[in-house]
Design a binder for this molecule. Structure first.
Ligand SMILES: CC(C)(COP(=O)(O)OP(=O)(O)OC[C@H]1O[C@@H](n2cnc3c(N)ncnc32)[C@H](O)[C@@H]1OP(=O)(O)O)[C@@H](O)C(=O)NCCC(=O)NCCS
Length: 161
């Protein structure tokens, strides 16, 4: 909780993607994610399977981002990454890549076989990033059927572990 204020500041800094995802960033959602979790639509979804993690630099301890994961969504052998955000001031320095490698290593050791992520189609810097991290299988496209300035869609991507 001591990090909540800095994490909310990072959420605000990341709100430049709002126009690509069709929603408005609410920094108070960080507090909710830490305290209650952001659980998937499963009948047996539980807080214990959800993790919200701050990303710290090894040398200075500065917080440069955050991510959350749910263990066992949409199926028992998959870990779902809900969000990964790096403070724009720290982007393009390889931090997100290092985080994804860490998530892959830990989840592989836990026995999971897949990672999944939902990316908005208009967020092409993120699409490029995730494909480079090996998320090369499209399993679903959801959202608005027609393309326009005010419509949005999300693509679900998967990679094996
Ligand atoms: C997507 C996101 C997490 C990537 O974070 P990042 O820390 O910038 O990612 P990395 O630095 O590991 O890699 C990003 C790019 O920088 C490049 N890069 C890595 N190290 C670099 C360096 N030292 N110098 C220059 N470029 C570098 C990588 O090749 C990569 O290139 P690409 O975009 O063409 O794939 C970040 O852009 C972000 O937070 N976006 C907003 C939130 C979002 O859209 N999240 C994803 C949806 S859930």
């Amino acid at each position: 909780m001591a990090d909540c204020e800095r994490l909310q500041e990072i959420a605000r800094a990341g709100s430049y993607i709002d126009k690509w995802v069709g929603s408005t960033t609410d920094p108070s959602s960080i507090y909710k994610n830490i305290t209650e979790g952001d659980l998937p639509p499963l009948p047996d979804a539980c807080r214990e399977r959800y993790s919200f993690m701050a990303i710290y630099l090894k040398d200075t301890g500065a917080i440069v981002g955050y991510f959350d994961v749910y263990h066992g969504y949409p199926d028992a052998h998959t870990v779902w990454i809900g969000i990964l955000l790096i403070d724009p001031a720290y982007q393009r320095q390889g931090y997100a890549q290092e985080v994804v490698e860490g998530i892959a290593q830990v989840t592989r050791d836990l026995g999971y076989t897949e990672l999944g992520i939902g990316v908005h189609l208009k967020n092409w810097p993120a699409l490029r990033f995730w494909v480079r991290q090996g998320f090369d299988r499209i399993v679903k496209v959801a959202g608005d059927a027609e393309h326009s300035e005010m419509t949005f869609a999300v693509v679900s991507l998967r990679r094996g572990l």
